[in-house]
Write a protein that binds this ligand. Sequence first.
Ligand code: ATP
Length: 202
Amino acid sequence: MKLTRLRLLGFKSFVEPTDFVIEPGLTGVVGPNGCGKSNLVEALRWVMGENSHRNLRAAEMEDVIFGGSGSRPARNMAEVVLTVENRDRTAPAVFNDVDTLEISRRIERERGSNYRINSREVRARDVQLIFADASTGARSPAMVRQGQIAELIAAKPQARRRILEEAAGISGLHSRRHEAELRLKAAEQNLERLEDVLAQIE
Ligand code: ATP
């Protein structure tokens, strides 16, 4: 699964529509301090389903929307679209009929955010699972933010284990097991309720 393009609109300092094309080979982003290099990586993590505003250096999630500058008013909406090549069919099997996935996340002030895959509305969980299975998610060790190495050195063993699991590509399985356990619990509760009803009828 290859990330080929990131499109930003109103995300942090990217007030103008901006296309970031990721060509084959090594891609470097250079620029002066404060020009938005980290914002670019945060846009990538955000569209992959990052749900902690703190991990995006924001006091609340709405702060990822362009907040205005001396010459421009604030925006009310931000959108990031990530294009992912799926020719190797590494996305979940439901996407086996498509070569390209267009994953988008949009946030509006006071209305929260929503996700789409190829224009179809989906849950945050669906987007997170795509990347968890491919070990490239919002919390993936493949994306190293400033200060993260120091945090890693000081991390507790459980936190380091999570990083190893992500690198081994099994964190998606953990999420699925958790979902399956929740469904099983709900089914058990329904069964208990059914037994109560049956006992009352008898
Ligand atoms: P450095 O090289 O110092 O790490 P950088 O290129 O990584 O810098 P960023 O940290 O990505 O730069 O960008 C910081 C800039 O983004 C600041 O000028 C900040 O004002 C701007 N910024 C962040 N959030 C918003 C927002 N919601 N609206 C408008 N501008 C924002």
